[in-house]
Design a protein around this ligand. Structure first.
Ligand code: ZN
Ligand code: ZN
Length: 820
């Protein structure tokens, strides 16, 4: 045993152990281990966005606590780390930084800039993850933008194509006119905005009457293909099947009847445009209406808009409203609160465009997703419904093609002569069809020799939705099913509808198997003002700042203790500071314990005579082992850390350590079995404490282990020491009950001294304790020396008398009188 350094220098300790653990290689997943049971964590590869934020800190602390706990439980833990590189966010940032649009430079140059930016962001995030002390196996690190990962994504596309899950179709899709790409339902955010409802007269053909239509989007008038009323609406039943003239463009369209029309909205008469919103899409399909596409990919009016062609949507709205006024067709306008869909990256109003796209037929998997969601264990349980509700709410298949540059190419070509689709063969990938021809001589259909590569690319979720298989070694390791499904998929409440959902559909379609067995959900981090932490709300705290100031172990305690798993947790600086104070307390208690144990040899201390107070803490500790183990098993990290901190601070430091000091210091006790018992219990209890704290505060506990325990326990690192096992035979309810009483006596007498403004070690000439009955008296007498020594009493008298003179001890029927 080596003496502990006086100061707890977290920066130095944390830096040292980060490096040492890496050198020891204790985080490496052993692919050849046939003995230990594997435990695989499906670490979601983050989207590199620069600095690590407190939300990331919460996520990674969860992953890491679980990894460390499972490692100590004896599992062969796979904790991989990848980076989900592609996507709009990076392209937008590159366009901003270089002040260009993506089409202004050669694609190779643009891609190079994207990769450069991604590397810069990865370096920043990785630094933060390392500082947090995450026990990642860095040998597994991967980047979805690298050809080796393209290979996996493209292979998954080919397999799904062959299974009939991939199809091309001209179908309306969500479209971001700013980013000029299709986006999936999951990338649409809904926001409340104020709009203007325009009441417009649509004249009936051949008569002088008109229908009054209320719309927030008059710019879509040129794309109006029908007018619709509810057949149960008395006011308008007479309109059905009449012909009406669309103003401005003078197109004659029919009035159709549909019960979907809400008679209470606007006037109860609506125009159907292609496409103003998702409802229009449904109506067009149901009533087989013609389609008049009005918008270009960059959000301008196209040739179908006649004289408005070339205008932006907003310009067209203004011009059309003016023209309606001039024609006397605008009856009135009123303001209205509306909910509209915006692009989750750039917040532009999402439009609906019809364009040839690739789709994955995800809706046919809805029942399977619901079934799998039920099979999976969710922490917390109720989060399951978020996935189920989302799955059931989807109206459209997943549009997987994007009109972007920085993404995995779709491994497909078309014959220039006959249009035949050529799918890459499985051993061609990775391949970029924009740069390379298919590896065939001629078109299998017409014999043509010219091919054009698919220009569209894959949605970035196509990369990151196969991680459960990729982490397991698919497709290269023949034994990849050994690690599949993943044991746990950790996720945030905000990405259930994307990450959890896409993982589900892709793995179910590819392998007919759910991707993971457990799903651990973390909440969002809130700022000090109770709102979700964000840079724009000015309640943002940068993770490097917190980590540098307080260290990883203190910060991790905040993440663990902040709230129940799955709930949102506030960031409060005082919670991190409390974590640091706790570590100082643990550090000092360990140092003090070390001093009490200078003459203790843990290896030779075999036969010890446990005293009542020893049995008391041993019993309490055993119950703590049971409770904390259950809490880690159920991912109740907040309960586990609170129980551990309470036990350490109060049961161990405030009570036990104080109560046995005299036994250890008193010259009369030297060499006795009773003294050895106290040393033995101090040593073993502290060991168990640091073991159970190790998943949450790995650095400080490892340093304590190194100084005090490594020589005798013999494990290379506390991180690979076996997690304590609950031993019911150690639980002694009687000893615990008696110990509680003894601790209460000591506490009461100390309070008494404090009230009299005396030092806690102020000597007293006599103390008489009237225990009220023989049983209590006997129990107290069994700890006679500990009580006498701890309370600094020259003459201690314990009786079974039922006297109520003097002071009562807590709620016990025990009274004491003391003389100085
Ligand atoms: Zn956008
Ligand atoms: Zn052909």
């Amino acid at each position: 045993m080596q003496p502990m350094p006086k100061e707890y220098n977290f920066a130095e300790i944390e830096r040292k152990w980060r490096q040492k653990w890496e050198e020891m290689g204790i985080y490496h997943y052993d692919w050849n281990d046939k003995k230990r049971v594997p435990f695989s964590i499906d670490t979601p590869p983050p989207y590199p966005s620069g600095e690590l934020h407190m939300g990331n800190v919460l996520n990674w602390t969860y992953f890491d606590m679980l990894a460390r706990y499972k490692r100590m439980q004896g599992f062969n833990v796979l904790f991989p780390q990848g980076w989900d590189c592609h996507g709009l966010g990076i392209e937008i940032q590159v366009e901003k930084e270089h002040n260009i649009r993506k089409r202004d430079v050669p694609p190779g140059q643009f891609r190079h800039w994207c990769m450069e930016l991604v590397e810069k962001y990865i370096a920043m995030m990785k630094d933060g993850i390392l500082k947090l002390g995450c026990s990642i196996d860095w040998a597994t690190e991967y980047r979805t933008m690298n050809p080796d990962y393209w290979r996996r994504t493209q292979l998954s596309f080919i397999l799904l194509f062959k299974k009939g899950y991939m199809y091309q179709g001209t179908h309306p899709v969500n479209w971001c006119p700013h980013d000029e790409t299709a986006i999936a339902d999951a990338e649409v955010d809904y926001v409340k905005r104020e709009g203007v409802l325009h009441y417009i007269r649509f004249p009936f053909e051949g008569t002088s009457g008109h229908a009054l239509i209320a719309t927030t989007r008059p710019e879509f008038i040129p794309a109006c293909v029908a007018v619709e009323v509810n057949p149960n609406d008395e006011r308008y039943r007479k309109y059905v099947d009449k012909t009406i003239v669309v103003p401005i463009i003078n197109r004659s369209v029919k009035v159709i009847a549909d019960e979907c029309v809400d008679p209470a909205f606007g006037t109860g008469v609506v125009m159907i445009c292609t496409y103003g919103d998702k409802e229009d899409v449904k109506t067009v399909i149901k009533h087989q209406l013609p389609v008049v596409m009005l918008l270009t990919e960059n959000g301008r009016i196209n040739e179908n808009g006649g004289k408005y062609a070339g205008l932006t949507i907003n310009q067209a709205r203004a011009a059309i409203v003016e023209d309606l006024k001039t024609a006397g067709l605008l009856e009135k306008t009123e303001k209205i609160q509306q909910e509209i869909g915006v692009c989750d990256r750039c917040k532009t109003h999402v439009e609906i465009l019809e364009r040839k796209q690739w789709f994955m037929n995800t809706r046919k998997l809805t029942d399977r997703v619901v079934e799998a969601a039920d099979e999976i264990i969710w922490y917390p349980d109720y989060m399951k419904n978020r996935l189920i509700d989302w799955t059931k709410s989807l109206d459209w298949d997943w549009v997987i093609s994007r009109q972007r540059l920085f993404a995995t190419p779709i491994p497909v070509w078309y014959c220039k002569n006959c249009g035949e689709l050529i799918l890459a063969q499985e051993d061609w990938v990775p391949i970029d069809p924009k740069l390379e021809d298919p590896r065939i001589d001629k078109c299998p259909r017409c014999g043509g020799k010219g091919f054009s590569g698919e220009q569209d690319v894959l949605d970035t979720w196509m990369d990151s939705s196969i991680t459960c298989a990729v982490h397991a070694g698919w497709p290269d390791r023949p034994d990849w099913k050994h690690l599949f499904p993943a044991d746990v998929h950790p996720s945030g409440t905000d990405i259930i509808r994307t990450w959890a959902y896409y993982l589900m559909v892709r793995h179910l379609a590819l392998f007919d198997e759910k991707p993971f067995k457990n799903c651990l959900i973390n909440g969002m981090v809130l700022g000090a003002d109770g709102r979700k932490m964000s840079k724009s709300l000015k309640n943002y705290v940068a993770a490097p700042e917190v980590l540098n100031k307080n260290g990883a172990d203190a910060t991790r305690q905040w993440a663990a203790a902040g709230g129940a798993t799955g709930s949102d947790i506030p960031y409060r600086a005082q919670d991190v500071e409390y974590g640091r104070r706790f570590l100082v307390k643990l550090w000092n208690a360990s140092g003090f314990t070390g001093k009490l144990l200078v003459d203790y040899n843990p290896v030779s201390a075999k036969h010890v005579e446990l005293q009542p107070l020893d049995k008391w803490i041993v019993c309490k500790l055993e119950k703590l082992v049971k409770k904390v183990t259950e809490e880690f098993e159920n991912c109740q990290f907040n309960a586990a850390i609170e129980d551990l901190r309470n036990f350490t601070w109060h049961v161990f430091c405030d009570n036990y350590l104080e109560a046995v000091k005299d036994r250890l210091y008193n010259p009369n006790m030297q060499g006795t079995a009773k003294r050895l018992a106290a040393q033995h219990v101090l040593y073993e209890v502290l060991y168990r404490i640091i073991q159970m704290l190790a998943p949450v505060t790995p650095h400080a506990t490892e340093e304590i282990y190194e100084h005090m325990f490594k020589d005798s326990k013999g494990f290379e690192s506390l991180q690979v020491s076996p997690w304590p096992k609950f031993d019911v035979s150690v639980v002694d309810e009687e000893a615990e009950k008696n110990g509680d009483m003894i601790i209460a006596v000591m506490g009461a007498f100390r309070n008494f001294k404090a009230e009299n403004k005396q030092a806690l070690n102020a000597p007293y000439s006599s103390l008489t304790i009237n225990a009220g009955n023989a049983e209590a008296a006997d129990a107290l007498k069994a700890s006679f020396e500990d009580i006498k020594g701890t309370l600094k009493v020259e003459k201690l008298i314990i009786t079974a008398d039922k006297k109520t003179d003097g002071r009562q001890i807590g709620s016990y029927n025990i009274y004491f009188e003391a003389k100085q």
